[in-house]
Design a protein around this ligand. Sequence first.
Ligand SMILES: Nc1ncnc2c1ncn2[C@@H]1O[C@H](COP(=O)(O)OP(=O)(O)OP(=O)(O)O)[C@@H](O)[C@H]1O
Ligand SMILES: Cc1ncc(C[n+]2csc(CCOP(=O)(O)O)c2C)c(N)n1
Ligand SMILES: [Mg+2]
Ligand SMILES: [Mg+2]
Ligand SMILES: [Mg+2]
Length: 340
Amino acid sequence: MTEKRRDEFGLISYLTGGQTIPQALKGRIAVGNGDDAAVVAGRSGYDWVVCCDSMIEDVHFKRQTMLPSDIGHKALASNISDIAAMGGMPLFYLVSLGLPRTWTEEEVAEIYKGMTELAMRYDMALIGGDTVAMPGPLTITVMVLGEMEQGRALRRSGAQPGDLVFVTGTVGNSGAGLDVLLQERWGVHNIPNEWEFLASCHRRPEPRVDAGRMLAQSEIRIALNDISDGLASEAWEIAEASDVVLVLDEANIPLGDCIQRYAKVSRKDPLQWAFYGGEDYQLIGCAPAAAKEKLSEMFEKAALPLYWIGEVQEGKAQVWLRKWNGKLTQLEKKGYNHFT
Ligand SMILES: Nc1ncnc2c1ncn2[C@@H]1O[C@H](COP(=O)(O)OP(=O)(O)OP(=O)(O)O)[C@@H](O)[C@H]1O
Ligand SMILES: Cc1ncc(C[n+]2csc(CCOP(=O)(O)O)c2C)c(N)n1
Ligand SMILES: [Mg+2]
Ligand SMILES: [Mg+2]
Ligand SMILES: [Mg+2]
């Protein structure tokens, strides 16, 4: 006997029922979920900021690495992070689901729960999506609409020689967390307490909207990118978009205590996770050297971390790493790439 399931429309109601729309957005949704498309109002003096990103079973997660609610959280978080990387404020989102038979309706509802909890924290409203059967892995694509002050988007191409490079938090935790989660001997529910922090960095990254908004509103010239594929890959993206050289100081790459302990016991190099692991969803950026003090003060006042990790020089796009001994080596242009 096969399990009785809701039909497509029943499933949509089951998943999206009970959503609350934040007060601030109520007046802006002319047509929400339930028609052919949503209609939302823009605000004068603001630009829309729009992005979409997908998560695919066995590419972005395995059942072993993520609980269903983590998948929902991270699918939305990675999109919010792209809005943060432009300096924007996330507002609305749409969710497209490809569902295989091997996932129960309850598990899919858990994915929604993870997503909804994060959306509520950011006062975001779900305004639509799509639900289809999938003969392969579970797929989830989220699209986010955000807004920001007109003409003020923080682009990857904004870096200039003389700038300094910063990052908004410690890096490598997500890659190390994935390493923890892929250790078969533990299983998803039995991660040792001492590595739980790394696992949670992988499963529940916090997008840095706070930092992105502060940078956008500072009126300082900033180049910005979020770390999805790894610090090296994102630094290269800034170097190429701005046509400058980035020089990163190995000694200043911020590594947390937990990753350093885990690297020691697993005899691995934590910098490999920092540069090439990805999915930290911190922001890496460049700002004029003259603005260093002001930015540091702003972040300190807001109790947000900010680490200065290098400088920008003139020249053909390139990323160098200044090693502990002062020697320069090229930081490999690699990171997570879907097709290599
Ligand atoms: N299939 C596509 N069609 C049109 N534009 C695309 C397509 N895939 C990616 N892009 C665009 O290419 C650019 C780079 O995309 P990419 O996905 O690498 O950036 P990202 O979302 O910041 O990184 P990540 O996916 O690693 O989080 C973005 O402007 C994106 O909108
Ligand atoms: C089971 C498993 N294996 C490997 C990874 C690592 N990984 C997958 S996609 C990606 C980059 C971000 O995605 P995108 O570029 O699509 O935004 C990274 C670092 C993972 N999360 N889970
Ligand atoms: Mg993308
Ligand atoms: Mg990005
Ligand atoms: Mg990517």
